[in-house]
Design a protein around this ligand. Structure first.
Ligand SMILES: Nc1ncnc2c1ncn2[C@@H]1O[C@H](COP(=O)(O)OP(=O)(O)OP(=O)(O)O)[C@@H](O)[C@H]1O
Length: 307
Protein backbone atom coordinates (compact mmCIF):
# COMPACT_ATOMS: atom_id res chain seq x y z
CA UNK A 1 0.00 0.00 0.00
CA UNK A 2 1.26 3.48 -0.81
CA UNK A 3 1.68 5.94 2.02
CA UNK A 4 -0.71 8.35 0.25
CA UNK A 5 -3.60 5.88 0.54
CA UNK A 6 -3.02 5.22 4.24
CA UNK A 7 -4.92 7.15 6.91
CA UNK A 8 -3.07 10.34 7.90
CA UNK A 9 -1.94 9.03 11.29
CA UNK A 10 -0.58 5.76 9.94
CA UNK A 11 1.23 7.36 7.01
CA UNK A 12 2.90 9.97 9.24
CA UNK A 13 3.86 7.34 11.80
CA UNK A 14 5.46 5.07 9.20
CA UNK A 15 7.29 8.00 7.63
CA UNK A 16 8.85 8.84 11.01
CA UNK A 17 10.38 5.34 11.20
CA UNK A 18 11.58 5.23 7.59
CA UNK A 19 15.22 4.24 7.34
CA UNK A 20 15.62 4.08 11.12
CA UNK A 21 18.26 1.66 12.39
CA UNK A 22 16.57 -1.30 14.04
CA UNK A 23 18.65 -1.38 17.19
CA UNK A 24 17.91 -1.08 20.91
CA UNK A 25 17.81 2.54 22.08
CA UNK A 26 17.71 4.06 18.59
CA UNK A 27 16.81 7.81 18.74
CA UNK A 28 13.41 8.84 17.31
CA UNK A 29 12.74 12.11 15.43
CA UNK A 30 10.07 13.36 17.88
CA UNK A 31 9.98 11.31 21.07
CA UNK A 32 7.14 11.86 23.54
CA UNK A 33 8.85 9.64 26.11
CA UNK A 34 12.59 9.24 26.69
CA UNK A 35 13.86 6.70 29.22
CA UNK A 36 17.39 6.44 30.63
CA UNK A 37 18.97 3.78 32.84
CA UNK A 38 15.82 2.64 34.60
CA UNK A 39 16.42 -0.18 37.06
CA UNK A 40 13.99 -2.04 39.34
CA UNK A 41 15.13 -4.84 41.62
CA UNK A 42 13.05 -7.23 43.69
CA UNK A 43 15.50 -8.69 46.20
CA UNK A 44 18.21 -10.35 44.14
CA UNK A 45 16.20 -10.20 40.90
CA UNK A 46 16.70 -7.31 38.46
CA UNK A 47 13.23 -7.14 36.91
CA UNK A 48 13.92 -4.01 34.79
CA UNK A 49 17.22 -2.70 33.46
CA UNK A 50 16.43 -0.42 30.52
CA UNK A 51 19.44 1.58 29.31
CA UNK A 52 17.78 3.89 26.81
CA UNK A 53 14.53 3.86 24.93
CA UNK A 54 12.47 6.48 23.07
CA UNK A 55 8.80 6.36 22.11
CA UNK A 56 7.88 8.22 18.95
CA UNK A 57 5.00 10.70 19.18
CA UNK A 58 1.89 9.93 17.14
CA UNK A 59 2.76 6.28 16.65
CA UNK A 60 1.57 2.93 17.95
CA UNK A 61 4.46 1.16 19.66
CA UNK A 62 4.22 -2.40 20.96
CA UNK A 63 6.22 -3.63 23.94
CA UNK A 64 6.61 -7.38 23.70
CA UNK A 65 8.69 -10.07 25.38
CA UNK A 66 8.38 -13.46 27.05
CA UNK A 67 6.64 -13.94 30.40
CA UNK A 68 8.55 -12.30 33.23
CA UNK A 69 10.54 -10.01 30.87
CA UNK A 70 9.66 -6.99 33.04
CA UNK A 71 7.10 -5.31 30.75
CA UNK A 72 4.44 -4.71 33.40
CA UNK A 73 6.98 -3.57 35.99
CA UNK A 74 8.41 -1.11 33.44
CA UNK A 75 4.88 0.17 32.66
CA UNK A 76 4.17 0.59 36.36
CA UNK A 77 7.32 2.63 36.88
CA UNK A 78 6.74 4.96 33.97
CA UNK A 79 3.19 5.69 35.16
CA UNK A 80 4.09 6.25 38.82
CA UNK A 81 2.52 3.06 40.19
CA UNK A 82 5.87 1.62 41.21
CA UNK A 83 9.16 3.32 42.08
CA UNK A 84 12.31 2.78 40.10
CA UNK A 85 15.51 2.07 42.06
CA UNK A 86 17.49 4.07 39.51
CA UNK A 87 17.00 6.06 36.34
CA UNK A 88 15.26 9.03 34.74
CA UNK A 89 12.60 9.51 32.13
CA UNK A 90 10.99 12.51 30.53
CA UNK A 91 7.51 12.92 29.09
CA UNK A 92 7.20 15.84 26.69
CA UNK A 93 10.61 16.92 27.93
CA UNK A 94 9.56 17.01 31.61
CA UNK A 95 11.23 14.80 34.21
CA UNK A 96 8.73 12.25 35.49
CA UNK A 97 10.65 10.02 37.89
CA UNK A 98 9.24 10.17 41.41
CA UNK A 99 6.01 11.81 40.15
CA UNK A 100 2.84 10.26 41.62
CA UNK A 101 0.44 8.27 39.45
CA UNK A 102 -2.33 10.86 39.35
CA UNK A 103 0.10 13.65 38.48
CA UNK A 104 1.53 11.50 35.69
CA UNK A 105 -2.03 11.02 34.41
CA UNK A 106 -2.76 14.74 34.68
CA UNK A 107 0.32 15.46 32.56
CA UNK A 108 -1.21 13.32 29.82
CA UNK A 109 0.29 9.88 30.24
CA UNK A 110 -2.44 7.41 31.14
CA UNK A 111 -2.44 3.64 31.47
CA UNK A 112 -5.39 1.28 31.36
CA UNK A 113 -6.24 -1.01 34.23
CA UNK A 114 -7.86 -4.33 34.35
CA UNK A 115 -11.24 -4.21 36.05
CA UNK A 116 -10.65 -5.11 39.67
CA UNK A 117 -13.25 -6.76 41.89
CA UNK A 118 -14.15 -3.41 43.44
CA UNK A 119 -14.59 -1.72 40.05
CA UNK A 120 -16.75 -4.63 38.82
CA UNK A 121 -19.31 -3.72 41.47
CA UNK A 122 -19.69 -0.19 40.10
CA UNK A 123 -21.79 0.60 37.06
CA UNK A 124 -20.23 1.42 33.72
CA UNK A 125 -20.92 5.15 34.05
CA UNK A 126 -19.54 5.20 37.60
CA UNK A 127 -16.35 3.58 36.32
CA UNK A 128 -16.07 6.31 33.72
CA UNK A 129 -16.57 9.09 36.27
CA UNK A 130 -14.08 7.45 38.57
CA UNK A 131 -11.60 7.52 35.70
CA UNK A 132 -11.86 11.31 35.57
CA UNK A 133 -11.62 11.76 39.35
CA UNK A 134 -8.69 9.43 39.89
CA UNK A 135 -6.74 11.13 37.14
CA UNK A 136 -7.28 14.43 38.91
CA UNK A 137 -6.31 12.96 42.27
CA UNK A 138 -9.73 13.81 43.69
CA UNK A 139 -11.92 11.83 45.99
CA UNK A 140 -14.61 10.08 43.98
CA UNK A 141 -17.25 10.17 46.70
CA UNK A 142 -16.69 13.85 47.40
CA UNK A 143 -17.34 14.31 43.71
CA UNK A 144 -20.77 12.76 44.16
CA UNK A 145 -21.87 15.35 46.74
CA UNK A 146 -24.35 17.72 45.08
CA UNK A 147 -23.88 21.48 45.11
CA UNK A 148 -20.35 22.72 44.88
CA UNK A 149 -19.27 19.89 42.60
CA UNK A 150 -22.37 19.64 40.49
CA UNK A 151 -21.20 21.75 37.56
CA UNK A 152 -18.02 19.81 37.24
CA UNK A 153 -19.90 16.55 37.72
CA UNK A 154 -22.30 17.32 34.88
CA UNK A 155 -19.41 18.05 32.59
CA UNK A 156 -17.70 14.79 33.52
CA UNK A 157 -20.90 12.81 33.03
CA UNK A 158 -21.49 14.37 29.61
CA UNK A 159 -17.97 13.52 28.55
CA UNK A 160 -18.36 9.96 29.86
CA UNK A 161 -21.58 9.54 27.91
CA UNK A 162 -19.95 10.76 24.70
CA UNK A 163 -17.14 8.27 25.14
CA UNK A 164 -19.54 5.41 25.95
CA UNK A 165 -21.36 6.16 22.74
CA UNK A 166 -18.13 6.18 20.76
CA UNK A 167 -17.18 2.81 22.26
CA UNK A 168 -20.71 1.44 21.76
CA UNK A 169 -21.17 0.92 25.46
CA UNK A 170 -23.99 3.44 25.93
CA UNK A 171 -26.61 0.70 26.22
CA UNK A 172 -24.61 -0.69 29.14
CA UNK A 173 -24.40 2.66 30.96
CA UNK A 174 -26.17 1.52 34.12
CA UNK A 175 -25.08 -2.13 34.13
CA UNK A 176 -22.50 -3.35 36.59
CA UNK A 177 -19.08 -3.39 34.96
CA UNK A 178 -18.70 -6.96 36.22
CA UNK A 179 -21.50 -8.08 33.90
CA UNK A 180 -19.62 -7.01 30.73
CA UNK A 181 -17.99 -9.53 28.39
CA UNK A 182 -14.18 -9.69 28.15
CA UNK A 183 -14.12 -7.48 25.06
CA UNK A 184 -16.55 -4.94 26.50
CA UNK A 185 -14.38 -4.70 29.61
CA UNK A 186 -11.39 -3.88 27.42
CA UNK A 187 -13.43 -1.19 25.66
CA UNK A 188 -14.44 0.24 29.03
CA UNK A 189 -10.83 0.25 30.24
CA UNK A 190 -9.83 2.18 27.13
CA UNK A 191 -12.78 4.58 27.34
CA UNK A 192 -12.04 5.22 31.03
CA UNK A 193 -8.41 6.06 30.24
CA UNK A 194 -9.62 8.68 27.73
CA UNK A 195 -11.55 10.59 30.40
CA UNK A 196 -8.38 12.56 31.15
CA UNK A 197 -7.60 13.54 27.52
CA UNK A 198 -4.25 11.72 27.45
CA UNK A 199 -1.51 12.35 24.93
CA UNK A 200 0.09 8.96 25.53
CA UNK A 201 -2.22 6.00 26.12
CA UNK A 202 -0.59 2.95 27.64
CA UNK A 203 -2.57 -0.24 27.16
CA UNK A 204 -1.91 -3.33 29.21
CA UNK A 205 -2.72 -6.43 27.12
CA UNK A 206 -5.69 -4.93 25.27
CA UNK A 207 -6.54 -8.24 23.58
CA UNK A 208 -6.44 -10.53 26.62
CA UNK A 209 -9.74 -12.36 27.06
CA UNK A 210 -11.34 -10.75 24.01
CA UNK A 211 -13.80 -12.80 21.96
CA UNK A 212 -12.74 -12.90 18.26
CA UNK A 213 -16.02 -11.18 17.33
CA UNK A 214 -14.84 -8.02 19.11
CA UNK A 215 -11.23 -8.17 17.93
CA UNK A 216 -11.65 -5.96 14.89
CA UNK A 217 -13.64 -3.39 16.82
CA UNK A 218 -10.94 -3.18 19.49
CA UNK A 219 -8.17 -2.91 16.91
CA UNK A 220 -10.15 -0.15 15.21
CA UNK A 221 -10.42 1.79 18.46
CA UNK A 222 -6.68 1.54 19.11
CA UNK A 223 -5.87 2.71 15.57
CA UNK A 224 -8.34 5.53 15.99
CA UNK A 225 -6.40 6.86 18.99
CA UNK A 226 -3.49 7.44 16.64
CA UNK A 227 -5.74 9.07 14.03
CA UNK A 228 -6.92 11.41 16.80
CA UNK A 229 -3.32 12.47 17.37
CA UNK A 230 -2.54 10.36 20.45
CA UNK A 231 0.51 8.18 20.93
CA UNK A 232 -0.02 4.57 22.01
CA UNK A 233 2.32 2.22 23.85
CA UNK A 234 0.93 -1.24 24.53
CA UNK A 235 2.03 -4.52 26.09
CA UNK A 236 0.65 -7.54 24.27
CA UNK A 237 1.20 -11.27 23.87
CA UNK A 238 -1.07 -11.61 20.83
CA UNK A 239 1.40 -11.43 17.95
CA UNK A 240 -1.30 -11.09 15.29
CA UNK A 241 -2.44 -7.91 16.96
CA UNK A 242 1.12 -6.65 17.28
CA UNK A 243 1.73 -7.27 13.58
CA UNK A 244 -1.57 -5.73 12.59
CA UNK A 245 -1.50 -2.43 14.44
CA UNK A 246 1.99 -1.48 15.54
CA UNK A 247 4.25 0.93 13.67
CA UNK A 248 7.23 -0.05 15.80
CA UNK A 249 8.04 -2.89 18.20
CA UNK A 250 10.28 -2.88 21.26
CA UNK A 251 11.33 -6.24 22.69
CA UNK A 252 12.25 -6.84 26.32
CA UNK A 253 13.83 -9.96 27.79
CA UNK A 254 15.14 -10.40 31.31
CA UNK A 255 14.50 -6.75 32.09
CA UNK A 256 16.45 -5.33 29.13
CA UNK A 257 15.48 -3.97 25.74
CA UNK A 258 17.06 -6.53 23.41
CA UNK A 259 15.64 -5.43 20.05
CA UNK A 260 13.60 -2.73 18.31
CA UNK A 261 12.25 -2.43 14.82
CA UNK A 262 9.31 -2.66 12.43
CA UNK A 263 6.92 -5.52 13.38
CA UNK A 264 7.76 -8.01 10.64
CA UNK A 265 11.52 -7.82 10.82
CA UNK A 266 11.76 -7.65 14.61
CA UNK A 267 9.71 -10.79 15.07
CA UNK A 268 12.03 -12.80 12.90
CA UNK A 269 15.16 -11.34 14.56
CA UNK A 270 17.30 -14.16 15.91
CA UNK A 271 17.73 -12.54 19.35
CA UNK A 272 13.97 -12.21 19.69
CA UNK A 273 13.27 -15.79 18.63
CA UNK A 274 15.97 -17.00 21.06
CA UNK A 275 14.54 -14.93 23.92
CA UNK A 276 11.10 -16.45 23.43
CA UNK A 277 12.43 -20.00 23.04
CA UNK A 278 14.70 -19.60 26.07
CA UNK A 279 11.76 -18.53 28.18
CA UNK A 280 9.43 -21.23 26.89
CA UNK A 281 9.18 -23.55 29.84
CA UNK A 282 6.47 -25.67 28.26
CA UNK A 283 8.76 -26.85 25.45
CA UNK A 284 9.12 -30.63 25.34
CA UNK A 285 12.13 -31.85 27.31
CA UNK A 286 15.00 -33.61 25.61
CA UNK A 287 15.53 -37.28 26.56
CA UNK A 288 18.67 -36.37 28.58
CA UNK A 289 16.90 -33.58 30.42
CA UNK A 290 13.99 -35.88 31.21
CA UNK A 291 16.37 -38.48 32.59
CA UNK A 292 18.27 -35.91 34.64
CA UNK A 293 15.05 -34.63 36.20
CA UNK A 294 13.98 -38.20 36.97
CA UNK A 295 17.27 -38.88 38.76
CA UNK A 296 16.94 -35.67 40.71
CA UNK A 297 13.43 -36.56 41.82
CA UNK A 298 14.52 -40.05 42.84
CA UNK A 299 17.42 -38.62 44.83
CA UNK A 300 14.98 -36.25 46.61
CA UNK A 301 12.71 -39.16 47.48
CA UNK A 302 15.64 -41.21 48.76
CA UNK A 303 16.76 -38.30 50.90
CA UNK A 304 13.29 -37.86 52.36
CA UNK A 305 12.90 -41.57 53.19
CA UNK A 306 16.21 -41.66 55.05
CA UNK A 307 15.50 -38.49 57.08
N1 LIG B 1 6.13 -7.14 43.37
C1 LIG B 1 7.04 -8.04 42.98
N2 LIG B 1 7.80 -8.69 43.87
C2 LIG B 1 8.75 -9.57 43.47
N3 LIG B 1 9.00 -9.88 42.19
C3 LIG B 1 8.25 -9.28 41.25
C4 LIG B 1 7.24 -8.33 41.59
N4 LIG B 1 6.67 -7.88 40.44
C5 LIG B 1 7.30 -8.53 39.44
N5 LIG B 1 8.24 -9.37 39.91
C6 LIG B 1 9.16 -10.20 39.12
O1 LIG B 1 9.78 -9.37 38.16
C7 LIG B 1 9.91 -10.04 36.91
C8 LIG B 1 9.23 -9.23 35.82
O2 LIG B 1 7.83 -9.33 35.99
P1 LIG B 1 6.77 -8.58 35.07
O3 LIG B 1 5.41 -8.93 35.58
O4 LIG B 1 7.12 -7.16 34.99
O5 LIG B 1 7.02 -9.28 33.67
P2 LIG B 1 6.12 -9.22 32.35
O6 LIG B 1 7.06 -9.08 31.21
O7 LIG B 1 5.07 -8.20 32.50
O8 LIG B 1 5.50 -10.68 32.35
P3 LIG B 1 4.06 -11.18 31.78
O9 LIG B 1 4.14 -11.06 30.30
O10 LIG B 1 4.03 -12.61 32.23
O11 LIG B 1 3.00 -10.33 32.40
C9 LIG B 1 9.34 -11.43 37.11
O12 LIG B 1 10.39 -12.32 37.38
C10 LIG B 1 8.42 -11.26 38.30
O13 LIG B 1 8.30 -12.49 39.01
Amino acid sequence: MHAESLPAGKAAALKAFEGMAAEPGVPKPDPILVVDNVVRRFGGLTAVNVKHVEIQRGSITALIGPNGAGKTTFFNQLTGFDTADEGQWTFNGQAMNGVSAYKVARQGMVRTFQLTKALSKLTVIENMRLGAQSQKGENFFRGLIPGLWRGQEDEITAKAEDLLQRFKLDAKRDDFAGSLSGGQRKLLEMARALMGDPQLVMLDEPMAGVNPALTQSLLGHVKNLRELGMSVLFVEHDMDMVRDISDWVIVMAQGEVIAEGPPDSVMSDERVVDAYLGAHHDAPLSAEEEERQLHEAEAELDKESTE
